[in-house]
Design a protein around this ligand. Structure first.
Ligand SMILES: [Zn+2]
Length: 427
């Protein structure tokens, strides 16, 4: 990422004390190094800095609904060596897309794509910066549209935003300055989502309640209730006993690596790319207890706590026009064992030897927390035509009773019956 150098020289504005002649060797070396930088920095006609006035950029709501984020600040220009005439000072809001899977290995053009989203031209004709006036501040502001993707650092793709200043003197000397602008997105939490999943050919039906939004840090509850676990006949009954419940959170990332003009032939022409996918687990747990079984009612229920493992640097959901998409799934696996009992003595159960694994998955909306942040337009009283008729909706949850979200498999793991003899039925 050669051309995205972070600013180094302008930041080394520290004053050093030159009167400490008795410094030891290492410090002396350090002092000389600073002298060198300082001399170099002084070659630049101006020193640039950015002072942000707006809070960290936070989009509230999904891309289709977000009103964006207002940024504002002041570009600080200080003449370094006498009066200076600037022909232009322009600042760009840049979006940088980076892929770790470039079409051509080590080709920076294939790896990094920079797009200007906005530019500020601070003046239209040459402007003199008077050294005696010192630092001059140029205010700027912009409403960043809420449909663009938030800052994302995935496993194969990244999106970053930069404020990039280019200041050109009338004698053609350019000074540059860059500051990263982190953009986050927070989805508002609305009502919990209820889903019902069925597992044909069994009579089992699983009712799951999940929060509408979960966060990369912190836990969340999963409420489960499974019905239809008991099948009663005239004299006897068979029932499914829940032996193990596993929850697992998967992060799915896809990225389209576009080729640079030089390497476009490798992917069949310009404007084409190669899609890459990276899936990983960002949290899981096996549970062997914690639920209540009621064979009379034919149901088992429990509430569990799940969490994304923040040590894995989970990313929020994102879908960018350049092909970077990150989404999350919660997978539930229930291992159930069948047992038989006479109706008159339902506690005298005998395992039949049958066992199944029920598997189903749910989409999880993962977003940053809004914290104390409020949308910039929420600070103003709503205008009447802006009042929505109903609360904001999130992307539609999977329809209920959708069979392709579930599967029933024969259990092929460890023998889950061997300890059944000693099992207490007083759940
Ligand atoms: Zn290339």
């Amino acid at each position: 990422m050669d051309h995205i150098r972070r600013p180094t020289l302008p930041m080394l504005g520290k004053k050093h004390t030159s009167d400490k002649a008795s410094k030891d060797r290492s410090q002396s070396k350090d002092k000389h190094a600073k002298d060198g930088f300082r001399a170099h920095a002084q070659l630049k006609p101006v020193k640039l800095n950015l002072s942000m006035e707006s809070p960290p950029a936070l989009f509230i709501d999904p891309p289709q609904q977000s009103t964006g984020a207002l940024i504002s600040g002041r570009l600080q220009v200080t003449p370094n060596a006498g009066d200076v005439v600037m022909n232009s000072i322009v600042m760009y809001l840049e979006c940088t897309t980076t892929t770790k899977r470039p079409v051509q290995d080590r080709c920076r053009e294939c790896m990094v794509n920079v797009t200007d989203l906005y530019e500020w031209k601070f003046f239209s004709k040459p402007k003199t910066f008077d050294a005696t006036n010192g630092m001059l501040e140029l205010p700027f502001s912009h409403l960043i549209p809420g449909h663009i993707p938030a800052t994302t650092h995935g496993q194969i793709g990244s999106i970053d935003y930069w404020l990039h200043v280019r200041a050109m003197t009338n004698d053609g000397i350019e000074t540059e300055f860059r500051r990263e602008l982190v953009i986050s997105r927070a989805l508002r939490s609305v009502n919990d989502k209820n889903s019902v999943r069925i597992f044909p050919p069994t009579n089992l039906s699983l009712n799951v309640t999940l929060p509408s939004v979960v966060y990369p840090i912190g836990d969340f509850p999963i409420l489960c209730r499974m019905t239809g676990i008991t099948t009663k006949r005239d004299e006897t009954q068979t029932r499914w006993r829940l032996r193990k419940l596993t929850w697992r959170i998967e992060e799915h990332e896809t990225m389209i690596s576009a080729a640079c003009a030089l390497h476009a032939h490798k992917v069949g022409g310009e404007g084409k790319g190669v899609q890459h996918q990276y899936d990983r687990e960002v949290g899981s747990e096996d549970l062997k207890q914690g639920w209540k079984t009621n064979f009379d009612d034919g149901q088992v229920e429990g509430e569990f706590t799940a969490a994304i493992d923040s040590a894995k640097h989970p990313q929020c959901d994102v879908e960018a026009p350049n092909g970077l998409k990150i989404s999350h799934n919660l997978i539930l696996e229930l291992v159930i064992a069948e047992e038989w009992a006479p109706n008159k003595k339902p506690q005298q159960s005998t395992p039949t030897g049958a066992a199944r694994v029920l598997r189903t998955q749910f989409n999880l909306n993962v977003s940053d927390r809004s914290g104390m942040g409020i949308s910039w337009d929420d600070e103003m009283p709503p205008m009447y035509e802006d009042v929505p008729a109903s609360p904001p909706q999130y992307p539609a949850s999977p329809p209920h009773y959708q069979d392709d979200h579930t599967s029933v498999m024969n259990y092929e793991g460890d023998d889950i019956h061997e300890d059944l003899e000693g099992l207490s039925l007083a759940n």
